[in-house]
Design a protein around this ligand. Structure first.
Ligand code: AMP
Length: 196
């Protein structure tokens, strides 16, 4: 099962992706978490990524693609994975397809789109910023991140819809209820069950 979580920042991709990963016993990879760890550790990657992250812009493709490549090539990702926050633009989506082919893995099995409206997103992220101290969860940066999502990431909905992979799920309400809908939408298909 190779799942991509799509949705605006704060739509619940991390929370729901984690639950799905635990349920299926496969790893979840968040490029945002990996970048924040690199910033915290002060690595060259972190230093390059920080300016874009603080401005609510996307980090350069080659940096995040490097993270994704390394993670997907790890042995524990061979049977499946959940991607949270990658791909985020058309170039990254094409690279993901190429990367899976290169690794001899089947392509993406489903793309889960969590739909949450913009005002709810701002409200959630500003509250998270106050709680967790995430430096990009302030209102100005949140608005840039939403704009970047609309212009760069939202077109991926069409990309995956055209491939018959997209499932859109309302991302508002009870966390467990949203998860149940997600679970029903990602039940393995017969060919994939045969593969495992
Ligand atoms: P996230 O935790 O997924 O909301 O990501 C936080 C920040 O990390 C984003 O606002 C971007 O600056 C950066 N980032 C995370 N994933 C990517 C990606 N796939 N491509 C470019 N930038 C990313």
């Amino acid at each position: 099962m190779r799942i991509v979580m799509l949705g605006a920042p704060g739509s619940g991709k991390g929370t729901q992706g984690e639950k799905l990963a635990l349920h299926h016993g496969i790893p979840k990879t968040s490029t945002g978490d990996a970048l924040r760890a690199a910033v915290k550790a002060g690595t060259p990657l972190g230093l390059k990524a920080k300016v874009a992250m603080d401005a609510g812009q996307l980090v350069a493709d080659e940096l995040v693609i490097g993270i994704a490549r390394e993670r997907l090539a790890a042995p524990d990702a061979a049977k499946g994975f959940i991607l949270d926050g990658f791909p985020r633009n058309a170039a990254q989506a094409k690279t993901l397809d190429a990367l899976l082919a290169e690794l001899g893995q089947p392509g993406v099995s489903k793309v889960i789109h969590l739909l949450v409206d913009d005002e709810e997103i701002v409200h959630r992220l500003v509250a998270r910023g106050a709680l967790e101290g995430r430096s990009d969860d302030n209102e100005a940066t949140v608005r840039s991140r939403i704009a970047v999502y609309q212009s760069e990431t939202r077109p991926l909905l069409d990309y995956y819809q055209a491939r018959g992979l997209l499932v859109t799920i309302p991302g508002v309400g009870d966390i467990d209820a949203i998860f149940s809908v997600m679970l029903a939408a990602t039940e393995p298909t017969v060919p994939e069950a045969a593969e495992a």
